[in-house]
Design a protein around this ligand. Structure first.
Ligand SMILES: [Zn+2]
Ligand SMILES: [Zn+2]
Length: 257
């Protein structure tokens, strides 16, 4: 299994997960880019959109879903999301698209890849994050979560690779020019993970198999790659440059799980 990102942050997200079993499978987790931009970013990874197997969605916020249905319609791709996420969409959004519902805690398979949605506290209808497994190795993804829960820790335990939100530095957020209501939302229990909270999560999970970590969904205004790196490297006891950091424009390149 390997994964790469089309871009990560509040201006758009898209993570490609590729299984290399007997039945090749390529999933795009979220798509927050225009059709043209998605095609451009996929080409950078050597991918044609028609080679995708399916689109899987975390929640209905624009930076995760704005490009999903245009892409699905254009390339006839099936889409997976929770019922609550689908309910959060404008009427007619899903027209002409094969829509499949998934449930938090219930794994499903797309070709040879197991996909496990799990519930997270975030201010959307029925948000989930996902753990992908090819039977031997597990890739866990956690972004857009306001606070750590015992359930989240259990889902991330023992993963081989982890994409972990490091949205903001609490002091940069506090001192930013964002309106107070937005600061409260981002820093709240249903908002986004701060660097120190991401570090706390990392410190609590079973890391015996963890060989790759990517800090993701960084705020351009309220964080820096160096701060995110330092927070996670502090837990891992490694050098900051061993922590990959996702970029809004470039995402990150193919990485083995
Ligand atoms: Zn987001
Ligand atoms: Zn969100």
């Amino acid at each position: 299994m390997r994964f790469a990102s089309l871009g990560s942050g509040s201006e758009g997200n898209g993570l490609v997960v590729e299984g290399n079993g007997a039945r090749p499978c390529r999933i795009l987790l979220d798509c927050g880019f225009t059709l043209k931009e998605t095609e451009r970013r996929m080409a950078r990874l050597g991918l044609a959109p028609q080679t995708l197997t399916a689109l899987v969605v975390t929640h209905e916020h624009g930076d995760h879903i704005s490009g999903v249905f245009k892409l699905a319609r254009r390339y006839q791709l099936p889409v997976w999301m929770t019922f609550g996420t689908a309910r959060g969409l404008e009427p007619g959004t899903t027209e002409g698209v094969e829509l499949n519902y998934c449930e938090p805690g219930r794994a499903f398979a797309i070709k040879g890849l197991e996909v496990l949605p799990y519930a997270v506290p975030h201010d959307a209808r029925e948000p989930v994050q996902y753990v992908f497994s090819d039977g031997a190795r597990r890739l866990a993804v956690l972004t857009d979560a306001g606070s750590p829960t015992t359930h989240i820790i259990g889902m991330l335990d023992g993963c081989h690779a982890l994409v972990l939100e490091c949205n903001h530095d609490p002091e940069l957020l506090r001192d930013s020019s964002y309106p107070p209501s937005l600061k409260l939302r981002i820093g709240g229990a249903f908002g986004h993970l701060a660097n120190d909270v991401a570090a706390e999560i990392l410190s609590r999970i079973d890391r015996k198999h963890l060989s790759c970590i990517v800090a993701a969904h960084l705020s351009r205004t309220n964080n820096t790659p160096a701060l995110a790196r330092a927070a996670l490297a502090g837990v891992l006891g490694c050098a900051g440059d061993e922590v990959l950091v996702a970029d809004q424009e470039r995402g990150w390149d193919w990485t083995p799980v």
